[in-house]
Design a protein around this ligand. Structure first.
Ligand code: LR7
Ligand code: MN
Length: 557
C-alpha cells in the first residue's frame, strides 16, 4: 500500500516537472510557424489590445524606396571614403571598418524581441519625434546604416526629422552630403564640443514634441519606436530606452542582448548592466512589461521635449563623453520622473573596447570632471563613497556647479537618500556596517565634535544624514575621519595630514586591529587611549587592561 502511494507520488512529481518544463519552453519559444502563433492571445499589459492573427504577419525588411533617399547619392558617399589597402581596419574607429563597409547600408536583421511583442498594439495617433544623432568622425557606412535603419523600420509619420550634429569631424562632407536625404538635417559645430553640448544643440533646434537620441553606429530593429513613444505619450515624465542589442565590432553580426538586464553602477560611477533583482523578476508575469532601471546607458533613449527642457536638459559644463547618463538619470528620478527599459523595443549598437577619438583634456580627467559634477550636484552625503572609490577625483577641477544646484533647488528634487531607498536599494553602501557602529567607552562615544578634533562625548546616535560627523569605520578601518580630516592625536597625526593629499597613504596609515578590548594602530603598534584624566584621544604604548584603552563597539540602529 505504502509502495503504491510512493510510486504514485513519484509519477505525479515527474509529471509536474515535465509539465513545468513544457510550459516554460512554450513561453520562451520563438515564434516559428505562423499557424501556432495564430492561437496566441495571452494577456497584455498597459491597455494594449490583441489583434487576432496579427502574429501571422511576419514583417520582412522592405527595400527602401528610392524616393526616401531623395537626391542623395549613396554610392558616391560611401566610395568617398574607404579603407586603403593594407590599412588596419580597426585603427580609425575601433571596430572592423572593412566588415562594416562590406555589409552595405541596409540589411535584414533578426527580430530579437520576445514573440509576444509582435502582437502588441499601439495608438494609431502617436506624436512624431525628432531623432538626434551626434557624431565625431563616425565611419560613413555605420552612420548611413543608422539613418537608413530609422527610415526603413519606423512608421514614416513618426519621424519628424533626423538631426545630425557633426561634432567638428575632420571632413564636413560626412554630414553635409547626408542632408540630401529627405528629413535629414545637418548641423556642424564650429569646434569640438563633446556629445553633451552637441545633443543640447540638437534638442534646441528639434521641432517635434518628443526627442529620440541615438548613437551614430546603431541599427534600429522592427517596431522599435512605437513602444517608446507610446509610453512617453501616456506619461510625459517617463524617460524610456530600448534593450540595446549588440552589433559585433569584429564581424558586425547582430546579436540579441538579454532581456533580464537593467542599468546599474558602482560607487566609482562606472556603468554596468546587471540582473533585474530576483523579486522583480519573479513578479514579471509578462515579458513585454517595462523594466524600471536606476540609470540608463545614456546613448539611446526617448524623452518628451518639454520635460527635457523643464528638467534642465543636460549639464553643459560636462565635456566630450561620460557621466551625463548618471546626471540625467539621478535628475529624472529625483525630480519626479522615471526611467525604464522597454523589452519590446530593440536597437543594435556597436560596443567598442576603446574610444577611437581623442579627449582634448585627456580621457581620465574628463571622466572625473563629468562624474564629479554629477556626484557633487546630486549625491549629497553619498558622494563620499564616490570619492573613496575614486580617490584620484579628489582635488581635480570640475568648474562651478552653482547653476546646477540652483536648478536642483528650483525643481524641488528629492534627496539622494530617497533615490537609494526607493530606486536603487540594491546598491550596497560600502561602510554600512562600519558607519552604523561607533566606539564607546564608559557610556560615552568617540566622535568628532564640531570643528574640534575627536573626543569622547555623549552619544548622539547616527543616521545616514550625518555620517560625516562620525569617526567612520572604527575599529575596522581607522582612527581618522577621512572626510573632515580629524585625527587621533599622536606621532602619526601630522604625517596623516601631510599625506592627506595622497589617499593611498592616508588609508594605509589608518589601519587598526583589535587587541583584546584595545585597538592597536597597525603602523605604529600603539593603542588608542582616551587619556587619564580624559582628554583628546591619543595613541600610546598598549596597555589593554587600562580603562582608557578599553573600547567597545556600539552598534547604532
Ligand atoms: O566628442 C564626442 N562627440 C560626439 O559627438 C564624442 C562622442 N561623440 C558621439 C559619438 O560619435 C557617438 O555617436 O557621441 C556618441 C557616443 O559616443 P560613443 O559611441 O563613443 O560612446 P559609447 O557608446 O561608448 O558610450 C555610452 O556612454 C556615453 C557616456 O557619455 C554616452 O552616453 C553614449 O551615448 C553611450 N552609448 C550608449 O548608451 C549605447 C549603448 C552602450 C552602452 C552601455
Ligand atoms: Mn556608442
Amino acid at each position: 500500500m505504502r509502495r503504491i502511494r510512493a510510486n504514485a507520488i513519484a509519477i505525479l512529481t515527474v509529471a509536474w516537472i515535465l509539465g513545468t518544463f513544457y510550459y516554460l519552453w512554450q513561453d520562451n519559444k520563438p515564434q516559428s510557424s505562423p499557424s501556432s502563433a495564430a492561437s496566441q492571445t495571452r494577456g497584455r499589459s498597459h491597455g494594449q489590445k490583441v489583434v487576432p492573427g496579427r502574429l501571422e504577419i511576419h514583417r520582412e525588411d522592405r527595400t527602401i524606396p528610392l524616393i526616401l533617399l531623395g537626391s542623395f547619392d549613396e554610392k558616391a558617399y560611401l566610395a568617398g571614403k574607404q579603407l586603403k589597402p593594407g590599412e588596419d581596419p580597426y585603427r580609425e574607429h575601433a571596430f572592423n571598418l572593412q566588415e562594416s563597409d562590406r555589409l552595405g547600408s541596409e540589411r535584414a536583421i533578426r527580430d530579437t524581441r520576445h514573440y509576444r511583442c509582435a502582437s502588441l498594439n499601439y495608438d494609431t495617433e502617436l506624436p512624431s519625434t525628432s531623432i538626434i544623432i551626434t557624431f565625431h568622425n563616425e565611419a560613413r557606412s555605420t552612420l548611413l546604416r543608422t539613418i537608413k535603419s530609422v527610415l526603413i523600420r519606423s512608421p514614416p509619420s513618426l519621424i519628424q526629422e533626423i538631426i545630425l550634429i557633426d561634432d567638428f569631424s575632420s571632413d564636413p562632407e560626412d554630414c553635409q552630403l547626408l542632408a540630401q536625404i529627405p528629413k535629414v538635417r545637418c548641423l556642424r559645430n564650429g569646434r569640438r564640443e563633446g556629445l553633451i553640448r552637441s545633443r543640447v544643440r540638437g534638442a534646441n533646434t528639434a521641432s517635434a514634441s518628443i526627442l529620440t537620441f541615438l548613437d551614430s553606429h546603431c541599427e534600429v530593429n522592427t517596431d522599435w519606436l512605437q513602444p517608446m513613444i507610446q509610453r512617453v505619450k501616456e506619461d510625459h515624465t517617463r524617460v524610456v530606452s530600448p534593450i540595446i542589442d549588440v552589433i559585433s565590432l569584429d564581424n558586425f553580426a547582430y546579436l540579441a542582448a538579454s532581456a533580464d538586464l537593467r542599468g546599474g553602477f558602482d560607487w566609482s560611477l562606472h556603468f554596468k548592466w546587471e540582473q533585474i533583482p530576483i523579486e522583480q523578476k519573479m513578479a514579471r508575469s509578462d515579458p513585454t512589461q517595462p523594466i524600471r532601471t536606476p540609470v540608463i546607458a545614456g546613448g539611446i533613449f526617448v524623452m518628451d521635449k518639454s520635460w527635457f527642457n523643464h528638467l534642465g536638459q543636460y549639464d553643459t559644463h560636462m565635456d566630450i563623453w561620460g557621466g551625463e547618463n548618471f546626471e540625467l538619470s539621478f535628475r529624472v528620478w529625483m525630480c519626479g520622473g522615471s526611467l525604464e527599459i522597454l523589452p519590446c523595443s530593440r536597437v543594435g549598437h556597436v560596443f567598442r573596447k576603446r574610444h577611437p577619438y581623442d579627449f582634448p583634456e585627456g580621457n581620465a580627467l574628463t571622466y572625473i570632471k563629468n562624474t564629479r559634477r554629477a556626484a557633487e550636484v546630486w549625491m549629497d552625503e553619498y558622494k563620499q563613497y564616490y570619492y573613496s572609490a575614486r580617490p584620484s577625483a579628489q582635488g581635480k577641477a570640475f568648474g562651478s556647479i552653482a547653476e546646477r544646484l540652483t536648478l536642483r533647488r528650483k525643481l524641488n528634487c528629492k534627496p539622494f537618500r530617497w533615490y537609494m531607498e526607493n530606486v536603487y536599494p540594491e546598491l550596497r553602501v560600502p561602510e554600512q556596517e562600519a558607519v552604523s557602529s561607533v566606539l564607546k567607552q564608559g557610556g560615552l562615544c568617540l566622535e568628532t565634535r564640531g570643528t574640534d578634533s575627536l573626543g569622547l562625548s555623549e552619544c548622539r546616535g547616527i543616521g545616514a544624514n550625518r555620517p560625516q560627523s562620525q569617526v567612520r569605520s572604527l575599529p575596522l578601518e581607522g582612527g581618522c575621519d577621512s572626510y573632515t580630516s580629524k585625527c587621533v592625536q599622536g606621532p602619526f597625526c601630522k604625517e596623516m595630514n601631510y599625506y592627506f593629499s595622497n589617499w593611498f597613504f592616508f588609508f594605509f596609515l589608518q589601519k587598526w586591529k583589535p587587541k583584546g578590548t584595545a585597538l592597536q594602530h597597525m603602523v605604529s603598534g600603539f593603542c588608542l587611549d582616551s587619556q587619564t584624566p580624559p582628554g583628546p584621544p591619543v595613541i600610546t604604548q598598549c596597555r589593554p587592561q587600562m580603562a582608557s584603552q578599553s573600547w567597545e563597539p556600539q552598534v547604532i540602529t
